[in-house]
Design a protein around this ligand. Structure first.
Ligand SMILES: [Zn+2]
Length: 302
């Protein structure tokens, strides 16, 4: 006991720390410990989240941070947690705020995403944006060596990935946010990464292909897994309440839009008249009109 204590003092005096001894607070203000060996780098404000999951056979990352500065902060943190390499990097979605930092981890990380993620990334590649990023005094230094790295493995529908003692179940989420969204479920740890299918007190950007009924089906599927912790693509982690709140909002929105359609109102009239005071404290109000459009498409379809 005493020798162990003295050895500890000795290592600290040398500035050495045994691997995995760093606490979330030691890692920096953005880090939260979710469970043993599972750390979240919570995006600043509403920026994207990134998770570090330690396994016996190496690190598994979920997304790579909002921008290269975040990716570098994650890389520095994981070096304090383990000396094992990043083995897999699983993408919740292909958008730049989840994938630009891939080059920081890969190689050696093998990047895994739902089918269509690579095509989506290649199509969205914007040389001007990259030029701006490299010239940015804050992001530029971290972006040094940037190149776009698309997923090495794409799966259809479902996939199970194993690393050491942990299993990761990937589920393709259809039409919830991007062209290739994945929920990631750790069944033993009961931790669910819900991607951008749900927001936290925030209206999601519902692009023309996004379907509210498909999103409600995804929420139902994810809740049936029985998660203890739910980690959205953006925003604070929480419980299954994150899923419940989003479901309640979409159901109420559908109900109100349906009533107005039944009253013979046009989409333009609905957009002008519909108010949802229950959600006055939600962010992203500029997206409310496209939420109404999505609800209108759903009501008209059946
Ligand atoms: Zn996105």
């Amino acid at each position: 006991m005493k020798t162990k204590f003295l050895l500890g003092i000795f290592l600290i005096a040398l500035g050495l720390r045994p691997a995995a001894s760093a606490s979330a607070q030691d890692l920096g203000a953005q880090f939260k410990k979710i469970k043993d060996g599972i750390f979240l780098y919570k995006g600043k404000g509403s920026e994207s989240n990134c998770a570090i999951i330690l396994t016996e056979d190496g690190v598994v990352l979920i997304d790579s941070g909002n921008s290269p500065t975040d990716s570098v902060a994650v890389m520095q943190a994981l070096k304090r947690l383990t000396d094992k390499p990043v083995r897999f990097l699983i993408n919740t979605e292909p958008h730049a705020d989840h994938t630009t930092g891939h080059f920081v981890f890969s190689p050696p990380a093998v990047i895994v995403a739902a089918a269509g993620a690579g095509d989506s990334m290649r199509k969205a590649y914007d040389a001007e944006r990259v030029k701006k990023m490299m010239a940015d005094p804050e992001i530029g230094p971290a972006a040094k060596g940037y190149r776009q790295i698309v997923p090495h493995v794409e799966y259809q529908d479902k996939m199970t990935l194993a690393s050491g003692e942990r299993a990761f179940q990937l589920f393709y989420l259809k039409n919830v946010h991007s062209e290739a969204d994945s929920a990631i479920w750790l069944p033993k740890e009961r931790v669910l990464f819900a991607a951008a299918s749900v927001g936290v007190k925030r209206f999601n950007n519902l692009r023309p292909f996004v379907s509210i009924p498909d999103t409600l089906a995804a929420i139902k599927m994810m809740r049936a897994l029985g998660p203890e912790v739910v980690i959205p693509g953006h925003g604070e982690p929480g419980s299954v309440e994150i899923l419940d709140n989003m479901e309640r909002y979409y159901n109420l929105l559908l109900e109100r839009v349906r009533q107005m359609v039944q009253q013979g109102k046009s989409l333009q009239e609905i957009k002008k008249e519909l108010k949802m005071p229950e959600y006055a404290d939600w962010e992203g109000k500029d997206r409310f009109p496209n939420n109404i459009e999505a609800a209108y498409r759903a009501v008209k379809a059946n």
